[in-house]
Design a protein around this ligand. Structure first.
Ligand SMILES: [Ca+2]
Ligand SMILES: [Ca+2]
Ligand SMILES: [Ca+2]
Ligand SMILES: [Ca+2]
Length: 480
């Protein structure tokens, strides 16, 4: 006797009549004898599923229990005349793939390619969005489906009758989105109107002032006054009204903004294309510092430095910054350490390691020792040990401070070329590599042009205003 299991079962052994084990059994029948063959259903156990849960049946109707459960990276199968697995015969099998997937909100088209039939479910596991059970061998596309931002459950059911077999699922987002809203003008601003750059994921039409709103603090009378541009970009002009505060531009989706396919922003429905994550302007109609008017070339940088608690100015009543005062090494130490460790950094109590004359400004001694303790500067002279706090800082030294502020005390600039500047052409000079790198990274502006090349003016001294410019860029600071 031989026991032959059905495709979804396995033979587990004989019982009775002198038969045992799972080999074939021969019995000599002389009296009534009962021999029982025991079978067990194959119940597939699933491994850890990280992508699609793929369950496979050895019938074409998803009936009974699956014989195989596995993690499938994608639903992209072309089995030809073969089968998904050695445990499954090439005809009359079925499968189901299930996955919870995070999608950004919008309108989607789902596509299935199938031989033989398939059904697709999205979120609703009772009513399929596509039912192609019994229709074979074409690519089918769903109607547009609008999905919210977040998790969605997708299930595809599939069967193979005979001949070749394949199963594929993919989808595409067909509605446009706002991808960013950024400031087009310097920030902070005292201007009566400012501009925002609005970017969309693709070309759109029907963008006008009614599609925008403003979120403001402090200011009154701000309004959207114009929308220019085409394609996937717009520039929106906003009147800043009166008062000091902030203005952010938002997109309010009313389904009027459409792409070339006629799909509305964020998918069908108002509100699903809203965008409130853009950059804001800080509006300051009156400057913070009495000596830094809004027309000052470093006005934005100094305001940003102040707003980030990185400077208290040079005098308090009236509040002044002294933007044109030349920075000395003592002041640079304070900028450097605050810039690196944050505004709450407190310099160490001096232990008088530097033999400088501190009577001109006792405040600087702790900052100088902080620079040495933190490894930013060993000093200016080794014997006797001095820091030279009152030496003024030329641009060729400031670029080193700025790059170390950006990347840390151990940073070294890459080798110099000597070809960047009209007035700094010796690649072996100690500061050339630092100046070239700082200029390349936009940390220091040029000081003019000569013969088609920028000038760096290495010996020019650095004002506190320029120092603000360099710190803002080295630390990538903006209005908080
Ligand atoms: Ca087949
Ligand atoms: Ca087939
Ligand atoms: Ca509109
Ligand atoms: Ca919409």
């Amino acid at each position: 006797m031989t026991a032959v299991p059905a495709p979804d079962s396995m033979f587990v052994g004989w019982n009775g009549g002198g038969c045992s084990g799972t080999d074939s059994c021969t019995i000599n029948v002389q009296t009534a004898t009962t021999v029982t063959a025991h079978f067990e259903k194959i119940v597939a156990s699933c491994p850890t599923i990280t992508e699609w849960k793929g369950e496979y049946w050895v019938n074409s109707t998803l009936s009974d229990t699956p014989v195989l459960c596995r993690n499938d990276a994608s639903i992209d199968f072309d089995w030809g005349y073969d089968s998904p697995d050695p445990s499954i015969l090439p005809d009359n099998f079925s499968a189901q793939w299930t996955r919870t997937i995070n999608l950004s909100g919008g309108s989607y088209l789902f596509h299935i390619d199938h031989d033989d039939g398939a059904r697709l479910y999205v979120d609703n596991m009772v009513t399929p969005v596509m039912d192609k059970w019994g229709t074979c061998c074409v690519v089918d596309t769903s109607a547009p489906i609008t999905l919210s931002d977040g998790n969605h459950v997708i299930r595809m059911e599939y069967y193979e009758g005979g001949g070749a077999a394949n199963a594929q699922l993919w989808w595409e987002k067909v509605s446009p989105d706002v991808t960013s809203i950024t400031r087009a003008d310097p920030d902070p601003t005292s201007a009566s109107s400012v501009h925002f750059n609005v970017s969309f994921s693709e070309n759109v039409t029907n963008v006008d002032a009614a599609d925008f709103s403003l979120t403001t603090t402090g200011v009154t009378g701000a309004s959207v006054t114009g929308v220019a541009g085409s394609g996937a970009a717009r520039t929106v002009t906003v009147k800043t009204g009166s008062g000091n505060g902030t203005i952010r531009l938002n997109v309010v989706d009313n389904d009027s903004i459409l792409n070339g396919g006629g799909f509305s922003l964020g998918g069908a429905g108002n509100g699903n294309g809203d965008y409130t994550g853009g950059e804001a302007y800080t509006v300051r109609k009156d400057p913070t510092f009495a000596d830094v008017p809004t027309s000052h070339p470093y006005y934005q940088d100094i305001e940003i430095l102040y707003a980030n608690n990185m400077t208290g100015g040079c005098s308090t009543n009236p509040l002044k910054f002294c933007p044109n005062q030349i920075m000395n090494r003592g002041q640079a130490a304070a900028f450097m350490l605050r810039g690196n460790f944050g505004p709450s950094y407190v310099p160490p109590v001096p232990t008088h390691i530097f033999k400088d004359d501190w009577t001109k400004g006792p405040w600087a001694e702790g900052w100088a020792e902080g620079m040495r303790n933190e490894g930013f500067s060993a000093g200016c002279l080794a014997n006797p040990l001095k820091y030279c706090p009152w030496d003024l800082i030329p641009r060729e030294q400031a670029v080193i401070f700025a790059l170390k502020l950006k990347y840390g005390k151990d940073y070294m600039a890459p080798p110099a070329t000597g070809t960047v500047f009209a007035d700094m052409t010796n690649p072996s000079f100690y500061a050339t590599s630092w100046a070239e790198q700082a200029y390349k990274e936009g940390i220091i502006p040029n000081c003019g042009m000569s013969g088609g090349k920028p000038k760096i003016c290495p010996k020019d001294l650095v004002s506190r205003g320029l120092a603000a410019y360099m710190i803002v860029r080295a630390k990538n600071l903006s209005m908080p």
